[in-house]
Ligand binder design. Structure first.
Ligand code: F6P
Length: 336
């Protein structure tokens, strides 16, 4: 049996550990052949594919990024470009030419959508959720998230000293696309005083009041954690907008930091390595059972899977009743 494997969308810690999990169990346990497809779905268009061997997957457990390369290619996206519809037919041709029996697609929301389209086109597909944003619907956690939370929490820890030494407000912007998971988890772990997420509307006066209240309690400094996806006027960058508004509202000296791609880089945490390994192994188990059209998922403490069609096009967002929000509010943290 021949499996094709690809990684698509933004890179994140744990992708290589997943590739390793898929390859090792497919080759060692099931006697399958694995083919690496390069640069996401683009590799299926230009035929950039090679057989993976024990040698080519050595040292992957701790390695950041993806050895297969990635892209944000969306071959099924409707386009008026002349080559628009030919992309999907080229993909089907490549799969046939290489004699691939099925595909393992590792990626975030966009990838789940494309994988579902491939399934509808008759391809045997199994997908694995990967994103630092943790916004793939149907899985409690995507690998990459824990590593990004650790990096962001460490960055927030380091801002505390400048905040207290200079008696400033420090605003830190973290990623997350349209979801606030990364801001919520890193903000809580890093002891943020104000945490702003796209899912919870904010009022700048409440934020100002929180900062003034802290001053009255003898804390003339605050840490504000802002998700990149919060609503700002005229598309202004989240941290810049919030920092300007805080300075205007409170008169406090305010500084902003945008953490950026550092959140996506480097070695996965031990948690992500194990999650990635388990998810990779489960994908191969699904293939060996002929259970296609499914996305591997973590539900509670159990690795299972859901139909791809259920997750495609949906987002997993923070809700006001999430236990970290409820507990944070009880502790006096301002969420907007
Ligand atoms: O989806 C992951 C993510 O890191 C988002 O949080 C961020 O908005 C986006 O990717 C930016 O990535 P790129 O610049 O690679 O498109």
């Amino acid at each position: 049996m021949k499996i094709g494997i690809l990684t698509s969308g933004g890179d994140c810690p744990g992708i290589n550990a997943t590739i390793r999990g898929v390859c090792k169990s497919a080759m060692n346990h099931y006697g399958m052949e694995v083919y690496g497809i390069h640069n996401g779905f683009r590799g299926l268009m230009d035929g950039h594919i090679n057989r993976l061997t024990e040698d080519s997957i050595t040292g992957l457990l701790t390695l950041g990024g993806t050895i297969l390369g990635t892209s944000r290619e969306k071959p099924f996206k409707k386009t008026s470009a002349p080559d628009g519809n030919s992309k999907s037919s080229q993909i089907l041709k490549t799969i046939k030419d290489y004699g691939l029996d099925c595909l393992v697609c590792i990626g975030g929301n966009g990838t789940q959508k494309t994988a579902a389209k491939l399934m509808e086109a008759g391809v045997n597909v199994v997908s694995i959720p990967k994103t630092i944003d943790n916004d793939v619907w149907g899985t409690d956690i995507s690998f990459g998230f824990d590593s990004a939370v650790s990096i962001a929490a460490d960055a927030i820890d380091r801002l505390h000293s400048t905040a207290s030494s200079h008696q400033r407000v420090m605003v830190i912007e973290v990623m997350g696309h349209k979801a606030g998971w990364l801001a919520l988890y890193s903000g809580m772990a890093g002891g943020g005083d104000i945490i702003l997420m796209p899912e919870i509307p904010f009022d700048i006066r409440n934020i100002g009041d929180t900062i003034i209240e802290r001053l009255k309690k003898g804390k003339p400094y605050s840490i504000v954690v802002v998700a990149e996806g919060i609503n700002t006027p005229d598309g202004k960058k989240a941290a810049q907008y919030i920092a300007e508004e805080i300075e205007y509202e409170t008169g406090f000296e305010t500084r902003e930091t945008v953490l950026g791609y550092i959140q996506r880089g480097g070695s996965p945490t031990a948690y992500d390595r194990n999650l990635a390994t388990l998810m990779g192994g489960h994908a191969v188990e699904l293939i060996s059972n002929g259970e296609y059209g499914r996305m591997v998922a973590l539900q509670g403490n159990k690795i299972s899977s859901i139909p791809l069609i259920e997750t495609a096009g949906k987002l997993r967002l923070v809700t006001e009743d999430h236990e970290l929000v409820v507990q944070g509010r009880r502790m006096g943290i301002c969420f907007g």
